[in-house]
Design a protein around this ligand. Sequence first.
Ligand code: FMN
Length: 168
Amino acid sequence: MTRPIPHSFVPDAQNGRLLRDAFGRFATGVTVVTAASDDGCAAMTANSFSSISMDPPLVMWAPARASSRFPMFAKAAHFAVHVLAADQADLAWTVARNRNALDEAGLVANPEGVPVLDRCLARFDCGLFAMHEAGDHMIVVGRVLRAQITEGEPLAFFGGQIAGIARG
Ligand SMILES: Cc1cc2nc3c(=O)[nH]c(=O)nc-3n(C[C@H](O)[C@H](O)[C@H](O)COP(=O)(O)O)c2cc1C
């Protein structure tokens, strides 16, 4: 049930929490983005993923500049976006907490050399198409070179929580 919005606010340094909560009202899927780097497999849990264009096939995601992983992604000419399935919440949290959570040795590489997970709901192997500055984040646009899909239920992120979605 939706309730009336109690008050509006102008985002400023004092009400960052409120803005974060408002952003968190937008339910999204959950992805893990990977890229090859000199430091091994770069991996980040990201809910900023979105499909953009069919022709050419484009997707985007937005890494935070302040993340310790940002330099690895900023240099990557290729990356892979894994859309997580309902039973992959632990993986989402593990990758979010630990930048070295994915051991490159245990992962296969796609034809562009990007380490990829063996299981997910959908995977988009991308070449870097464009990067746009966007405040404390960067918008990374990828051209989809290859896509894979499997059957299954999705994982969702809402209000700071990750949970599977049951259809019906
Ligand atoms: C569900 C979820 C979604 C996230 N989405 C993003 C995102 O879109 N962009 C981003 O920069 N970080 C996102 N994060 C945070 C990163 O996964 C990661 O925790 C952060 O980059 C850690 O930074 P550090 O390596 O400096 O500790 C998300 C975390 C979670 C749990």
